[in-house]
Design a protein around this ligand. Structure first.
Ligand code: G
Ligand code: G
Ligand code: NA
Ligand code: MN
Length: 256
């Protein structure tokens, strides 16, 4: 109960913030997007990891207000970056949606309201879903995904390959991007099995007309290898750790 109460208060008191990790086009190096990642620092300066507070938010139902806040905060930040750039700032923002959040909230209207409140086109948002979201009520999730697509957003399957779902969903659902999980990417240069899995995912995505993002890129050699294998985008500590909003804005200005 301790963390749940503290988290509820933190959401109410505006102690949550988003950090932003760059995603680059692997063939051109261009900055194309940032993934927004929630952070929580309490009044004593203690920083909690989303690996700890997201599960608490999911069990307690706080994922609904927290998720709504993240969508609105991402839209507000993007609109502010656009205004400071005097127009389109050149990047998309990716927002994570948890499986429980998709069960408990009506996501498409929440995304639509945030976009319209800040005058943003739907194409400026990517929503990252995990395979686990598809397990409980696939028909309902399919409906949500189609509603999100009608808003013009892009949909990415996060942590692809780590869930236990049936691959048949790939042909039925409007998925734009497969994010290849870090567990396959990091270390793949020294592991035949990992590189085989990465190649298979890349060829599957290509055959289905989807783009790919490799997570967890920490070295130049890895970025170059993934580019040569045809992976579309890359994300990882090589480019940057998740950045505070102001540092992310500085990166995008530098990149323009
Ligand atoms: O940023 P970090 O690598 O510590 O994130 C750890 C995990 O928490 C990741 O799986 C990430 O997807 C998840 N996470 C971070 N921010 C959010 C968020 O705003 N919403 C949801 N649902 N998950 C998040
Ligand atoms: O589950 P999800 O893919 O949303 O998790 C993203 C998490 O991965 C974030 O917490 C982020 O901090 C972390 N991350 C991002 N890039 C790297 C990387 O290059 N190496 C490692 N070890 N972690 C990373
Ligand atoms: Na994610
Ligand atoms: Mn991910």
């Amino acid at each position: 109960f301790g963390m749940e109460t503290a988290l509820r208060r933190a959401i109410e008191r505006g102690q949550m913030r988003l950090t932003y990790q760059p995603i680059r086009d692997l063939s051109t190096g261009q900055l194309v997007a940032f993934e927004s990642l929630a952070r929580w620092r309490d009044e004593n300066g203690v920083e909690y990891s989303p690996n700890d507070f997201i599960p608490v938010a999911e069990e307690s139902g706080l994922i609904v207000p927290l998720g709504r806040w993240a969508i609105q905060e991402a839209a507000a930040t993007l609109a502010q970056w656009d205004a400071r750039c005097g127009g389109h700032c050149g990047v998309r923002l990716a927002v994570n949606l948890s499986a429980i959040q998709l069960q408990r909230d009506t996501i498409a209207p929440v995304v639509e309201a945030a976009l319209s409140a800040y005058g943003l086109e739907g194409s400026r948002f990517t929503l990252e879903l995990t395979e686990s979201a598809l397990v409980t009520d696939p028909d309902r999730i399919a409906g949500i995904m189609h509603a999100l697509k009608r808003l013009g957003t892009t949909i990415a399957m996060d942590d692809f390959g780590t869930g236990y779902s049936n691959l048949a969903y790939l042909q039925k659902l409007p998925i734009d991007i497969l994010k290849i999980d870090r567990s396959f990417v990091s270390g793949m240069l020294a592991d035949r099995d990992k590189i085989a899995i990465v190649r298979a995912v890349l060829s599957l995505a290509q055959a289905l007309g989807m783009k790919t993002t490799a997570e967890g890129i920490e070295t130049n050699e890895l970025a170059q290898t993934l580019a040569a294998l045809g992976c579309t985008y890359g994300q990882g500590y090589l480019y940057a750790r998740p950045l505070e909003a102001e540092a992310a804005y500085a990166m995008l200005v530098e990149d323009r």
